[in-house]
Design a binder for this molecule. Structure first.
Ligand code: PHE
Length: 357
């Protein structure tokens, strides 16, 4: 046993690497290892012999196991020491940074619009995109047979609300007029931005697009207020010094009386669009004085209150402001397009670690 101890402790001490150490372990205390085989011989001994040899062999096995473990730990320490001595890390290097996400142009324009109207005392109201035909049509003075229902290329759902009104995807943000009147009463000053849906698809139409509704109700509201608010808005939004000239064209909406469509002055010289100059006109919104029946549907007394309302295409004015020719590109999620218009960061890691833009 002393020879065995001597032999293995020496071998363990001199072993070159972890693989050789493992070989040694197998050779000594593995299933068929030298010490294990010796332990098997215990069975053939007399009880007296076994009483001496048993504990001694066990002690030897433990000793060898400890020596193996100690040597393994020492080799791991040495390997770590060596890595620490040879490898190094420059903690002064700038971080790799991350490509920064950025806000979508439609969201950005919606925020710009919201901020401008907030300055004029308008708060933001929202309504559901899955509406009922009551809010989208009937409450807005568009009865069942009215051609506007067909004209708007409505997406109808198979479901109905508790009162039996069919669900539709809202075709405009005007239903939020009714919901705001119901919720807040008069006087009232809100804008209602959000997605709307119509079955339509070409360069200037997508089945989902965005509108912002404006609604002001009080005891002395007139078309003059509507005109001033829209002029203020266009001056701020299009950032044209001296403001942008607007043209109010008589029009018809079932939910306003009188009604006007509003165009802005622009020029297309050399194929590029310039807002606020030139001889062309671009339609940007529909508007008018809220129809008495609509006030009534919203629970507001038309004998006491009047209001103006307008509905503007957010995507449309974003296209105008940023000179974007195709509406569909807004919803393609093409990073190259977003980058081209400055709406997305570059993929390049930013060596300064901050947000890249
Ligand atoms: N809802 C109308 C549309 O989508 C726009 C509008 C809103 C017109 C408010 C008048 C008043 O075309």
């Amino acid at each position: 046993m002393d020879d065995l101890r001597e032999k293995y402790l020496t071998l363990i001490k001199d072993v070159a690497d972890e693989a050789a150490l493992e070989d040694l372990r197998v050779q000594a205390v593995g299933k068929k290892g030298e010490i294990s085989l010796k332990m098997r011989e215990l069975g053939k001994m007399t009880p007296e012999e076994r009483q001496v040899a048993g504990p001694a062999l066990n002690a030897l096995k433990n000793e060898i196991n400890s020596a193996l473990a100690a040597r393994k730990a020492a080799m791991a320490d040495a390997a770590l020491e060596e890595r620490l001595a040879t490898e190094w890390l420059d903690v002064t290097l700038p971080s790799r940074g991350r490509p920064a996400g950025s806000i979508h142009p439609i969201s950005q324009v919606t925020e710009e619009i919201t901020a401008i109207f907030a300055d004029m005392g308008f708060s933001v109201a929202e309504g559901p995109r899955v509406e009922t035909d009551w809010y989208v049509f009937d409450a807005l003075n568009i009865p069942g047979h009215h051609p506007a229902r067909a004209e708007m290329d409505t997406f109808y759902m198979k479901t109905k609300d508790e009162a039996g009104n069919p669900h539709v995807l809202r075709t405009h943000t005007s239903p939020v007029q009714i919901r705001s009147m119901e919720k807040m009463g008069a006087p009232l000053r809100v804008i209602c931005p959000g997605g709307v849906y119509r079955a339509d698809y070409d360069q200037t139409h997508t089945p989902m697009f965005h509108q912002v509704e404006g609604l002001a109700i009080d005891t002395d509201i007139s078309m003059a207020n509507l005109k001033w608010v829209l002029e203020e808005f266009c001056r701020a939004f299009f950032e044209v010094e001296g403001g942008v000239e607007l043209r109010f064209r008589a029009s018809h909406f079932p939910f306003t009386e009188p009604s006007a469509e509003v165009d802005i002055r622009c020029s297309w010289e050399g194929g590029t669009l310039k807002i606020g100059e030139g001889d062309d006109w671009l339609e940007i919104l529909g508007s008018g004085m809220v129809h008495p029946k609509v006030l009534q549907a919203g629970g507001i007394d038309p004998a006491v209150y009047q209001g103006f309302a307008f509905g503007m295409g957010i995507d449309r004015i974003a296209m105008l402001k940023y000179g974007i020719p195709d509406l569909r590109a807004f919803f393609d999620s093409d990073l190259r397009w977003l980058r081209h218009y400055g709406f997305a960061s570059l993929d390049q890691p930013n060596l300064h670690g901050g947000l890249s833009r």
